[in-house]
Design a protein around this ligand. Sequence first.
Ligand code: FAD
Ligand code: NAD
Length: 468
Amino acid sequence: MSTYDVAVIGSGPGGYVAAIRCAQLGMKTALIEKYSSLGGTCLNVGCIPSKALLDSSHHYEDAVKHFEDHGIELTGEVKVNLQKMIERKESVVNQTVDGIKFLMNKNKIEVFEGIGSFKDATHIEISKSEGESETIEAKHIIIATGSKPASLPFIQLDKERVITSTEALKMKEVPKHLVIIGGGVIGLELGQVYMRLGAEVSVVEYMDRIIPTMDAALSKELTKSLKKQGMKFYVSHQVNAVERKGDEVIIKAKDKKDKEVEFKGDYCLVAVGRKPFTEGLNADASGVKIDDRGRVEVNEHLQTNVKNIYAIGDVIKGPMLAHKASEEGTLVAETIAGQKPHINYNLIPGVVYTWPEVAAVGKTEEQLKEEGVKYKEGKFPMRALGRSRASGDTDGFVKILSDESTDEVLGVHMIGARTADLIAEAVTAMEFRASAEDISRMSHAHPTYAEAVKEAALAATDNRPIHM
Ligand code: FAD
Ligand code: NAD
């Protein structure tokens, strides 16, 4: 039987990063993945393919709607070749997944293909698709088995017309009317892809606003911008039935006045969150506790109740984000190596890759109010930037919230072009506990979208933006 210092179960951005960091720290490491393709949800059916389709559909939209404004005239018909778009997405996925294979070889990590299940707290049986199995032994084990799409009890996901994000990433046709249950990240990102390609898109959301966990000002601005682009929103609607009739899907909901509302579409995307995945893991045999929401229970060192077993990523508490999973993978590897790493969960940024992009870090205005923290707000609109006018991306703003007495930055909320990249500045500033004035006194290249961060910081410091 082969023995290892560490065995990692699951090869997503949590698991593969944990394995690399363990190997870098000199540990003999094994990585177990049930699929032949490494990279987990993120690389195969999550972050990467969704961004590939967002980029492709954005090019199409620009060609159809915006080229003319820039003085570019298309003489032929501009058409979508969905099959080719999906094939391109698949080739992006394949290149990325191959990169992970390369990194495993480079770091001398032994990869096992098969379902990993505990025999006891130090032995894992790996069952392969051909029915064979083998057992390995490891001093430390990291559970990184991720998550799967969640649904609602009354929904029958047929994966043809009533679909999850996985099917929405490989459609064979552009829907005529895509009804999306859930106005969260997946619903909006994939909704925008198909809206750009010509679908009518209706988003039915239970809460009173889309992206309900983000700052309310971001929800408002994103709603305004997506409505302008053609997306329809039905907030405060509780879906209570989904029925398929041939090629039609009928979605029934109750609005806030308790009135029955019916939506008819040719596809229904169910995007109501994801649930932790531990099927096949046989966690009981290891003694590891699973909580009542199906998550592996961990302490602040991400250690389970069984001392040598850790868990990271979507399978534990916290936001289901690839970069959160990766930070946790690094933390556990370094903890096993005897180091004392730390993650500041308040500073894990959240991004929605619609256009305009939405990005945030730290506390929302609603949270600060609830916590009774006195704060100042500085806001700067994208439309006042030369860079935004040059590209034509004038929707959005940057909003900085800083402590009323110390001026320390407590939260940064932005919506606009390339804010997914801009948010890194806010994370850096907040990691170094910068004040709004600190940011305002740093030189920001001109003309850039980043100037909105400096201007918002000037506004937060003592209300003295230059260009407004
Ligand atoms: P996963 O990536 O889910 O990986 C778990 C792996 O474990 C899988 O490969 C699975 O096959 C394997 N596994 C499970 N059980 C076993 C077992 N018993 N034996 C062997 N292998 C096993 N996050 C972002 O930060 N940015 C984004 O832009 C973003 N976009 C997304 C878009 C979509 C459509 C979706 C669905 C998700 C998106 N996410 C995004 C979320 C992100 O994908 C997850 O947060 C991330 O993948 C979690 O990483 P993980 O390593 O915890 O688990
Ligand atoms: P989500 O939690 O972001 O959004 C789900 C939405 O569905 C919420 O707004 C919720 O109020 C709504 N909802 C729940 N029950 C409902 C009902 N009965 N009727 C109507 N609406 C209902 O979940 P998601 O969009 O499915 O994404 C899943 C996970 O994947 C998230 O945790 C997210 O972090 C991750 N993800 C991240 C990114 C990114 O970082 N850009 C992209 C995609 C997915």
